[in-house]
Design a protein around this ligand. Structure first.
Ligand code: 9UX
Length: 72
């Protein structure tokens, strides 16, 4: 099963920020694919919900020094 979630990301000021977040999320267990859009301040993540949760992904982004919330 693969789920897809979209997040608003705050605090990105350059392209390297987006790359850093993208790499960080992609390294997580259970994540199939993550892409971060700097201009839109958003992230799209495909993941296996039995291996990783939306909360885990938000925590990861926060640990990298940015803000994240799930898009409603
Ligand atoms: Mo460039 Mo983005 O130093 O933090 S990676 S602003």
């Amino acid at each position: 099963v693969t789920e897809k979630a979209e997040f608003n990301i705050t605090g990105m000021t350059c392209a390297a920020c987006a790359t850093r977040i993208e790499k960080g999320i992609n390294k997580m267990e259970g994540v199939t694919r993550a892409s971060v859009n700097l201009a839109l301040e958003s992230a799209t993540v495909e993941f296996n919900p039995s291996g990783v949760t939306v909360g885990d992904i938000i925590q990861k982004v926060e640990k990298l020094g940015y803000g994240a919330s799930m898009k409603t």
